[in-house]
Design a protein around this ligand. Structure first.
Ligand code: ATP
Length: 912
């Protein structure tokens, strides 16, 4: 069907071609068949790295190649056991490396799949959300502001629908879409105004259409190669580590050469020294570092997913831990977004509405007297306008209650909860959407947008037309010239305006979100523009709705305070409502400032910069203000996390250090711009993600510390021995063994170490700090040196005691080195000392250390392995000596820290 000129074919013909009904859509069965026939709706992927390539890449490392050549030589020289063992170790190493990298690759792929876009389609007569991948030709799709068009679509309904098609046409001005058939065949895409193309962006309005092409058959598919974009998936730390890795390679090779040269100079056999040198280089080069970092990041990201935070851009994981300010939307993020209208104010009358949640049951009261809203024209008008200027639906659906519990029916809102609350309000007064819409046909809609803060529809009953408007009451008031007062329409004088404003403030003070309603009848002539529709209106009244704060948010905000992170509320809602909620949530400190959009507009940049640190609440702002707020905070050296859900939020989300979008209510555009998606729209999830982000970074530091300190220890042992003219303290196979077993497993376990309890009681990390900041460099060098010294010490002592037993001395040195590292790994878990963490908390680490120990014992005691690893049995005294020596690097520093802390405490006590 690729050759059809879809824009020239009338919609009913297209319906027949695809055998689909506009109202009902496809059945799920036929959609399934079509999916098999046409394949997934996706553009062909770029090259995917195959598992075999990942495996072979493990051998690409220069030093590994040198080692293999050296092994070949030793094989040729008849050292078969050596050669076979080294090859076995290299292969096991490659397998471990492969597992790490493959896992990392898979997690990244899974991440991409999780953040893939959805599409809204009509199937089996119902509007459903499905992954965009599953859209098939013939599907009826619903398009609304903020969506990306999931496939090529021939439109048959368009309400003020504007689509930005620059990805295809280069034209950035959005095109106003129509539904009429176009007769010209050969016209450019930009002129095919009754079509919506895959990948283009709805900037305004709503519409419906039939999918005519999917995947590579779409216009986008034809140019797919040109637009393949890759998300940045390498973090700054990974880049820094790559650079560091290169320096370490050079350093390790230089040191190894030094060791080899010194050894030969002292009379060692050149071949032995060469093999030892190459093994040392293989061991010393932290080739596994980038892979472990990726695994740590990927596993951390998976933990975040469990806590409802989906990371779209890997670098943000690191930035999360540096955030100093979270700017959060109010509605839905800090609050539950479960609205219920509780108060009405109409022409000076206050009306209370009873009922809970979305259940359409409740009564209307003036004071304690129950009233019938249908009998009071002004109330009836407000309910009617609320329902007619509305895109939400109320449905009664089964709530899944788990395996044993019976499913319960409950009322739910499809669409915007604010609008849902009005449908419920209408139903309580017997103004049901379905029956109202039977009489009043909608002929036009000017959709809600958070800059305009209003929405209107034009509806028609026989030959009578009406504009129904709702919006932020203070804004709406400026569009009205009359008001209903005492059931009469009277001019809206300044006095009446004052009454309305007082009513707004009263509701806002009770933390109620308020919405105003207005209308006008159209006598003659068609209204085509928004401006014409939304002027000279008659103000009806205000509805106040509760939107309770989310329960977990208060604690999350306190957590942020302890973590040195400021929480800022940014909302389109009324200033007083915002302040009331901010106070409930303890966001606003006593001297904290609140500003509204108008204040912000009037403030000079200088003035704003001076105040920005003291502002905690921004109310009645438009999405455009968000960008200014982000920039001002960044200019003050803040690392800013900013939430958003609408199309207009995208620039601010992009500009923020961490752009956060809403998984449930967010538009595709905001999700694409963001680096973190909250699958539950919840503020507390941001805080959980920050906690994980901090933890991941600390874990990366932990294993960098472990691996590098171990390497320093290994190199130093060999170097000092050669310098002192001693025999080789470790044979090549022992060095490779240490590299594989002792370094590998525990380092991986450190990468998934549980987050430290007090991690959210520390200030944010400085985003500019280097890898070795906060004493890490010193720790690596000092521990490494001591590990080297104790290993060499034990070697010398044993050699002195038994001068003719080199194998024993080497076994002792080997054991000491392994034990020192296995004990040191527990030290790496804390920035303070080994005594500051619960020893048994990380069961993977215990398992890794335990299996390394078992392997060590195996290598020492299994008869067949002894000749391969050049070991001999050790007695109880030997073990005592090696355990004692191996404990020194960790415990000496641990005890020193304890003593100095105690001294500091004593001094504090005596000072006070
Ligand atoms: P947030 O706190 O996430 O910024 P918000 O809902 O408070 O969200 P907006 O969505 O910009 O902010 O809404 C601003 C005002 O516009 C609301 O206080 C309300 O008076 C009005 N409003 C909200 N939704 C609608 C709607 N669907 N139709 C008409 N007016 C609306």
């Amino acid at each position: 069907m690729t050759n059809y000129k879809w824009h020239t074919i009338p919609i009913n013909e297209i319906q027949t071609m695809f055998q689909v009904d506009k109202e009902k859509g496809l059945s799920s069965k036929s959609a399934e068949k079509l999916l098999q026939e046409y394949g997934a709706n996706q553009l062909e992927q770029g090259e995917v790295i195959s598992p075999l390539t990942i495996f072979l890449n493990q051998f690409k490392d220069f030093m590994v190649l040198v080692l293999l050549v050296a092994t070949l030589i030793s094989g040729l020289l008849g050292e078969y056991t050596d050669a076979i063992t080294i090859i076995a170790i290299v292969i096991i190493n490659a397998i471990l490396g492969f597992i790490q990298e493959y896992r990392a690759e898979r997690s990244l792929q899974a991440l991409k799949e999780m953040t893939a876009p959805n599409a809204k389609v009509v199937r089996d007569g119902k509007l459903t959300i499905i992954p965009a991948l599953e859209v098939v030709p013939g599907d009826i799709v619903y398009l609304e502001t903020g969506d990306r068009v999931p496939a090529d679509v021939r439109l048959f309904e368009s309400h003020d629908l504007y689509i930005e098609e620059s990805v295809l046409t280069g034209e950035s001005v959005p095109v106003n879409k129509i539904i009429d058939t176009i007769t010209y065949e050969n016209i450019p895409l930009g002129d095919q105004k009754n079509m919506a193309f895959m990948g283009t962006l709805i900037t305004r309005g709503v519409g419906y259409g039939i999918v005519v092409a999917t995947g590579m058959n779409t216009e986008m598919g034809k140019i797919a190669d040109l637009i393949q974009t890759t998300e940045e998936m390498e973090t700054p730390l990974q880049r820094k580590l790559d650079q560091l890795g290169k320096i370490l390679v050079i350093l390790s090779i230089a040191l190894t050469v030094l060791v080899v040269v010194t050894g030969i100079w002292h009379g060692h056999n050149a071949y032995d020294m060469f093999l030892a040198g190459v093994s040392l280089a293989v061991a010393a080069i932290p080739e596994g570092l980038p892979a472990i970092v990726t695994v740590a990041l990927a596993l951390g990201v998976q933990r975040m997913i469990k806590r409802n935070a989906i990371v779209r851009k890997l670098p943000s994981v690191e930035t999360l831990g540096c955030s100093t300010v979270i700017c959060s939307d109010k509605t839905g993020t800090l609050t539950q977004n479960k609205m219920t209208v509780t108060n009405l104010w109409i022409g000076g009358k206050e009306i209370n509405v009873s009922g809970r949640g979305y259940e359409p049951k409740g009564n209307f009261y003036i004071g304690s007297k129950e009233i019938n809203p249908g009998r009071v024209a002004s109330i009836a008008k407000l309910l009617e306008v609320g329902v007619l200027c509305n895109n939400a639906n109320l449905i009664e659906a089964e709530e899944e209650k788990g395996f044993f519990k019976k499913n319960k029916k409950s009322w739910m809102v499809q669409g915007d909860p604010t609008e849902g609350a009005l449908i419920v309000l209408g139903a309580k007064g017997n103004y049901n959407k379905k029956s109202l819409e039977k009489n009043w046909k909608r002929i036009k809609e000017f959709p809600f947008d958070s800059s305009r803060k209003m929405m209107s529809t034009i509806v028609q009953k026989q030959n009578k037309q009406m504009v129904a408007v709702k919006g932020a009451p203070d804004v709406l008031l400026e569009h009205c010239t009359s008001i209903i007062w005492d059931e009469k329409i009277v001019p809206l004088t300044p006095v009446f305006k004052k009454y309305v404003k007082k009513a707004i403030e009263k509701m806002a003070n009770q933390a109620l979100r308020n919405l105003g309603f207005a209308y006008k009848e159209i006598k003659n002539g068609k209204i085509v523009t928004e401006r014409e529709a939304e002027r000279d209106l008659i103000f009806i009244g205000i509805a106040g709705m509760i939107d309770p704060p989310r329960e977990e948010v208060k604690e999350a905000i306190q957590k942020c305070k302890r973590a040195g992170i400021k929480t800022v509320m940014i909302t389109g809602d009324h200033q007083i409502t915002a302040m009331a909620i901010a106070k409930q949530l303890q966001i606003l400190p006593p001297n904290g400032l609140t500003v509204n959009g108008q204040d912000l507009y009037n403030m000079s940049n200088n003035e704003f910069m001076q105040k920005v640190d003291d502002i905690y609440v921004y109310a009645r702002v438009s999405p455009e203000h968000k960008l200014r707020i982000v920039k001002a905070l960044q200019a003050k050296d803040h690392v800013v996390a900013m939430t958003g859900d609408g199309v207009n939020d995208a620039p601010a989300i992009k500009a923020a250090d961490i752009g956060i979008s809403m998984g449930i209510t967010g538009t595709d555009v905001s999700k694409e711009a963001s680096s973190l998606v909250l699958s539950d729209d919840n503020f507390a999830t941001i805080v959980a993600a920050i906690e994980e982000g901090r933890g991941i970074y600390e874990n990366i530091r932990k294993f960098i510390r472990y691996l590098l300190a171990s390497n320093v220890g290994e190199i130093l042992t060999m170097f000092l021995a050669m310098l002192a003219g001693l025999p080789l303290p470790l044979v090549p196979i022992q060095i490779l063994w240490v590299n594989l077993v002792t370094d590998g497993l525990p380092a991986m376990a450190l990468g998934i170490d549980p987050v430290e309890e007090d991690i959210m009681n520390r200030p944010p990390r400085d985003s500019k700090e280097g890898i070795f900041a906060r004493g890490l460099g010193w720790k690596i060098i000092s521990r490494g040196i001591v590990i080297g010294l104790v290993t060499l010490g034990v070697f010398i002592i044993t050699l002195n005691n038994e001068p003719n037993n080199l194998v024993k001395a080497q076994t002792m040195a080997f054991t000491t080195l392994v034990l020192a590292q296995l004990i040191h790994v527990f030290d790496c878990r804390s920035d303070i000392s080994v005594f500051h963490r619960n020893f048994f908390e990380n069961k993977y680490l215990i398992l890794a250390v335990f299996s390394s120990l078992l392997l060590l014992i195996g290598v020492i005691y299994i008869d067949q392995l002894q000749p391969i690893f050049r070991t001999v049995e050790l007695n109880a005294f030997d073990w005592l000596l090696t355990i004692f020596a191996g404990s020194i690097p960790t415990f000496a520093f641990g005890i020193r820290t304890l003593l100095t802390t105690r001294k500091k405490i004593n001094k504090l006590v005596s000072d006070s």
